[in-house]
Design a protein around this ligand. Structure first.
Ligand code: BG6
Length: 285
């Protein structure tokens, strides 16, 4: 039955379970974190680690972490990937349209790190046969506000060895495994035979994940995003992460949509920045 149910999730954290005619999904208030999405007749779309922690103050490993207001670990910032993925968000609204699409809107409570009420942050996710997420930052202050953002999506895949990520040929990327050097993607499709950690810049285009093992294609369409980050930790990094299984790198890939590095956003006073990502999938056989 279509609707939203309030439940206690892992670690006692509150979550919403969303059911539509086409899909089921879950979103935790901790981090406004979508941890689960499954279209009927298909395997789950999002990867969630069996080793993930579910505790206040630490991020969930998998699903869609929201990265804001910085990406990575700049020398002048405390910690990695900002802090909103570790905050407890508030449910603002649930809407169900006549055609059965369910939308949840969450808001980040006023945060001293964000000049209290001057910067507001909201997250709206629409669930149907796919998932559309919009991350909205509003600058109500009298000064410009600079930030990075990213919807750091972990996709569930059949086998990383036969996976192809398509749509980034010719794009410049910063290679995090080689001192963030600028390189150009020459391949028609990215394939994986080791760790990959790349921030593709100045690319508003859609990306496709061709999952041969599961005979499925996943589409990542976006607006308000100039960067795409592609990440797989591979063997050594998987082993080094306490909240990630040693073999799980074979069943996931991160294709992240946002605005990072030189693509950071500077929002004028009164400005609104919207980052929208639409995820859809289709069987290929
Ligand atoms: C990716 C980064 O986006 O996130 C990687 O490019 C990083 O360098 C990964 O390892 C995971 O980060 P975290 O903070 O969630 O462990």
């Amino acid at each position: 039955m279509t609707g939203v149910t309030f439940l206690t999730g892992s670690g006692g954290l509150p979550k919403l379970e969303i059911t539509t005619a086409w899909s089921t999904a879950e979103i935790y208030l901790h981090g406004a974190h979508v941890t689960y999405f499954q279209k009927r007749g298909e395997p789950p779309l999002l990867f969630l680690s069996d080793q993930s922690r579910f505790e206040s103050g630490v991020p969930i490993r998998g699903g869609i972490p929201i990265i804001f207001p910085w990406f990575g670990k700049p020398a002048d910032k405390p910690g990695q990937h900002g802090f909103v993925r570790n905050r407890s968000w508030t449910l603002k609204e649930i809407k169900t349209t006549d055609d059965g699409i369910v939308t949840t809107r969450l808001i980040l409570p006023p945060d001293p790190e964000l000049r209290a009420d001057d910067i507001t942050v909201e997250y709206e996710v629409a669930f149907s046969d796919g998932l559309s997420a919009e991350f909205i930052v509003t600058n109500k202050s009298a000064q410009a506000y600079a930030f990075e953002n990213c919807l750091h999506t972990y996709f569930a895949i059949g086998d990383i060895h036969s996976l192809r990520v398509v749509g980034l040929q010719g794009v410049t990327y910063l290679d995090a495994l080689d001192g963030h050097q600028r390189k150009t993607e020459t391949a028609e499709a990215i394939r994986f035979a080791g760790e990959v950690d790349r921030a593709y810049v100045n690319t508003p285009h859609r990306v496709e994940i061709h999952d041969t093992a599961r005979q499925r294609v996943i589409r990542v369409e976006k607006t308000g995003s100039a960067s795409t980050v592609v990440w797989n930790p591979w063997i050594a990094k998987a082993k080094a992460m306490a909240d990630f299984g040693n073999e799980e790198y074979q069943r996931m890939v991160c294709v992240e949509s946002g605005n990072v590095a030189k693509n950071q956003i500077t929002l004028a006073p009164g400005g609104i920045a919207s980052l929208k990502v639409k995820l859809s999938s289709e069987a290929t056989a």
